[in-house]
Design a protein around this ligand. Structure first.
Ligand code: PLP
Length: 401
């Protein structure tokens, strides 16, 4: 059991399905990570930066107006990850991995990015710690996310264009892994979510678990009890596993992951891997065994979501396990529902949420009628939505015509 956990399995999911050339680097990262976690000086430095640089602990805010709008049956709290430096939970992982790289004596960080959010977080951490940084990004994504390309450049990172395949996130991960096989000696690959081969799903979860630890103490102080429900959006799954991790042992706390329903589950224009759909089943993508959107021949499906951060064909392996064991429930919100929730939060709370986070808010709106009287619901507000205002304007313009 211990040995199996050490190989990075969550039930039957996870593992490390990587090329031979990468296996030593993965083993080295796992071994070094164990020492990093036990090293008080490095842990104190991480804690100091989380507090003074990132702005942790992030507040737990009771959204009274939203609660009223949902019928007043439940108390609704928002875990304000949007108030982190660089605007989302991602910096917490990027900074942890940059410190881990430094701890291992490595001077170069690489990462994949889709929309550019993880690229910006990694470039930020690299600038802070004086590291060389290369971010792999599909050329289609570069065109779509030009401001983030410019941000990464300002922060001193190189953005490496990936013109192969679909020229998006999946291809960027492939290219970053290829680079890593050549450069492992001086380079650490900072995965952006709780994905990829062991040990990344565990390392990223551990770094993001600070969300759950903070939230557990905050909700007990504010509501006098544990929450009845904890809701988070699920892209790769890092913000969700980060907040879930503190409540997994509390059987009375319902955990809900919300995936991108895109244009609906009937076709392939969504990224719902754990909500039963014709094209999702277990398989291997990017080094890990988990639920993957694929056609009947095993070709990885392209996905669609109005929010770039949820637009990925696979899901972190621990979520597949929580899904099959029944400990967490997974559902979806469509583009339209997410944009509706985005507008609702802007209007009634004065908070512009990320479109990703809006999926979690949409779940609360959709299920308001089912909430028990006097229950406590926590929504993980994974990021702020300034980056999304163009997408929302375009969606509303398109939807109106
Ligand atoms: C990247 C991102 C996500 C999706 O990533 P997870 O690993 O599933 O958390 C969600 N919200 C925001 C704001 C993001 O930037």
């Amino acid at each position: 059991m211990g040995a199996r956990a050490n190989r990075g399995y969550f039930g039957r999911f996870g593992g490390a399905f990587a090329p031979e050339t990468l296996m030593p680097a993965l083993a080295e990262a796992w071994e070094a990570y164990g020492r990093f976690r036990a090293d008080e000086r490095w842990q104190a430095e991480y804690a100091r930066l989380l507090e003074t640089y990132c702005g942790r602990a992030t507040p737990l805010y009771e959204a009274v107006n939203l609660g009223k709008r949902l019928g007043g049956r439940a108390r609704v709290f928002l875990k304000r990850e949007d108030l982190n430096h660089t605007g989302a939970h991602k910096i917490t992982n990027a900074l942890g991995q940059a410190l881990l790289a430094r701890f291992m004596g490595k001077g170069r960080l690489i990462a994949e990015t889709g929309a550019g959010q993880h690229g910006v977080a990694t470039a930020t951490a690299a600038a802070l710690l004086g590291m060389e940084c290369d971010i792999f990004m599909g050329t289609v994504d570069m065109e779509r996310q030009l401001p983030n390309v410019f941000r990464m450049n300002l922060l001193g990172a190189r953005v490496v264009p990936v013109p192969s395949g679909g020229k998006t996130l999946k291809d960027a991960v492939n290219e970053a892994m290829r680079d890593w096989t050549r450069t492992v000696r001086d380079t650490h690959y900072a995965f952006g979510s709780a994905l990829g081969p062991h040990p990344f799903p565990t390392i990223v979860r551990d770094f993001q678990s600070v969300i759950g630890r903070e939230c557990r103490a905050q909700v007990k102080a504010a509501a006098g009890k544990l929450p009845d429900e904890v809701v988070a959006c699920v892209g790769g799954g890092s913000n969700a596993i980060g907040i879930f991790s503190a409540f997994i042992k509390d059987a009375g706390v319902k955990l809900v992951g919300v995936e991108a329903g895109g244009r609906g589950l009937r076709g392939a224009e969504h990224a719902a891997r754990l909500t039963p759909s014709a094209n999702s089943r277990p398989g291997i993508l990017h080094g890990s065994y988990s639920y993957v959107l694929q056609d009947k021949d095993g070709q990885i499906s392209n996905t669609h979501s109005v929010s770039a951060g949820l637009d990925y064909s696979a899901v972190g392996p621990e979520h597949s396990h929580l899904f099959e064991s029944g400990r967490a429930a997974y559902t979806y919100a469509t583009d339209k529902e997410a944009v509706g929730a985005f507008k609702a939060l802007c209007e009634c709370e004065g908070i512009i949420p990320a479109l990703e986070s809006s999926h979690a808010v949409a779940y609360a709106i959709k299920n308001a009628g089912k909430m028990k009287k006097g229950s406590v619901v926590v929504i993980n507000l994974s990021g702020r939505g300034d980056k999304d205002i163009d997408s929302v304007a375009k969606f509303l313009g398109g939807a109106a015509s």
